[in-house]
Design a protein around this ligand. Structure first.
Ligand code: IMP
Length: 433
């Protein structure tokens, strides 16, 4: 039996989709456990790009069950669109399961997300404005609407009315857009469309795990965007760390056997918030262009920086990572030297190599670097570690040594097959590696 968690070890956008897609080949189910359509990933298969926001990437594997777990917040408009898109591309969506306990993003959540950002004026969080925060807020306030509510008109209407009541004042500017009857009708239609997928997904996971099958738990965003452990308040409203896989899928800690962290060979961040190893100016722009650093969800340009090993080591400990995947190593090819952030310098010269818990310290922290030699060679065709230039191998070793977790998989291009597996035993478990 094997439960494998895959999480982002930075601020999201690490390329988790590709790693999940590869590992899904040895999994019987892929379960998403948090976040919503603030996430987005593109899987390139046979030159064809598939974009997902909600549906786990395992959907491209016909025999893999794809589960949207209870910890996810689901915008049914987005989910039904995504299903239509996949069907148009000839993908069988019969393997999808949707937790009856997952919370629904409602139109008023999206409006409140927009309003919340406007209210913050010049210093917004930079949310994706998909209604994620307000939906999780309603969940915690026990005013949420859940997937199962879609199947009962009376309950649905009553719950929406109750959820709207305390929001009257903040929703007043949108009075014309909020029509209880209309929302109820629209959501009942979504309910009809989604009914066939609704399931007791925790039980599905238990049955598979108890039968000795492999279940993959797919995280969204990244550890540094975690609402408890990230760069609060510049975080998302859920827990993207490995521990949350248990809560968001309904399994126990002993169901988890491997924990894979995914990190880019450099760092990116969308939205506001501290970013000690950010590269200002031209070089940052160049890397952003080369790496195609534009959000899958919002199209926003990502901020780019050097790899932050202080943040990565923090993510390793928070998640107790067992495996590390480094993506987009090819983007660094052609640089004469590469910088790796190994400590922070704070106010008044204080130097530290741990991720500070205090927001003031973090906001003032500046990265200090170890400089490593770069490489000129194009590495996009490398398939084994021996095909990588020595400098690239040294860079990977430096990362693994610093954070204390083996780098088992290295992405050298966007294609499904553009990977270097550095450990034969790990590669052997992945059929298409
Ligand atoms: P929210 O999740 O839309 O509330 O946005 C909160 C913060 O998380 C913002 O800084 C977003 O840019 C960031 N964020 C949310 N989802 C993702 C993601 O999938 N990748 C990267 N950043 C994200």
């Amino acid at each position: 039996m094997a439960g494998i968690v895959v999480i982002g070890a930075q601020w999201g956008d690490e390329g988790k989709g590709k790693v999940v897609d590869l590992l899904a080949e040895r999994a019987d189910a892929v379960i998403r456990f948090q976040g919503g359509n603030n996430a987005g990933h593109t899987i390139v298969r046979d030159g064809h790009a598939f974009k997902f926001h909600l549906i786990p990437s395992g959907i491209l594997h016909p025999d893999t069950l794809c589960v949207i777990g209870n910890g996810v917040v689901v915008d049914p408009a987005v989910l039904t669109d995504e299903l239509d898109g996949l069907r148009r591309q000839g993908v069988d969506t019969g393997g999808l399961r949707l937790s009856a306990n997952a919370h629904l993003i409602m139109p008023y959540h999206v409006l409140l997300d927009h309003a919340g950002e406007s209210m913050l004026g010049k210093s917004p969080i930079g949310t994706t404005k998909r209604g994620i925060g307000p939906c999780y807020a309603d969940k915690a306030a026990r005013l949420g609407i859940r997937v199962q509510d879609l199947l009962d008109e009376k309950i649905l209407k009553k719950k929406i009315a109750a959820a709207l009541e305390p929001k009257r004042l903040s929703l007043r500017p949108f009075a014309k857009e909020i029509d209880l009857q209309q929302i109820t009708e629209d959501y009942l239609v979504y309910g009809h469309r989604l009914e066939q997928y609704i399931a007791d997904t925790a039980r599905l996971a238990w049955d598979l795990l108890d039968a000795g099958r492999t279940v993959l738990f797919e995280g969204a965003q990244g550890a540094l965007l975690d609402i408890d452990h990230g760069t609060y308040p510049f975080v998302t409203s859920s827990n993207p760390i490995a521990g949350a896989a248990t809560v968001g899928a309904g399994v126990g800690p002993r169901d988890i056997h491997e924990i894979w962290g995914v990190s880019k060979a450099y760092t990116t961040r969308v939205g506001a918030g501290p970013f000690p190893s950010e590269i200002p100016g031209e070089l940052g722009d160049e890397l952003a262009e080369k790496g195609g650093e534009y959000g899958t969800t919002t199209g926003r340009k990502r901020r780019v920086g050097w790899i932050d090993l202080v943040g990565l080591r923090y993510a390793v400990r928070l998640n107790t990572l067992t495996h590390l995947a480094i993506t987009k190593l090819d983007v660094l090819s052609g640089l004469p030297t590469i910088q790796a952030c190994v400590r922070y310098r704070g106010e008044e010269g204080a130097v530290f190599d741990h991720f500070p818990y205090h927001q003031s310290m973090l906001h003032k922290a500046r990265a200090e670097y170890e400089e490593l030699p770069g490489w000129e060679e194009d590495i996009t065709a490398a398939r084994g570690p021996e095909e990588l230039p020595q400098a690239a191998r040294d860079y990977l070793d430096f990362i693994a040594d610093y954070v204390g977790v083996p780098v088992v998989l290295v992405g050298v291009g966007p294609g499904h097959e553009q990977n270097v597996w550095t450990h034969d035993d790990v590669r052997a478990e992945t059929p298409a590696a």
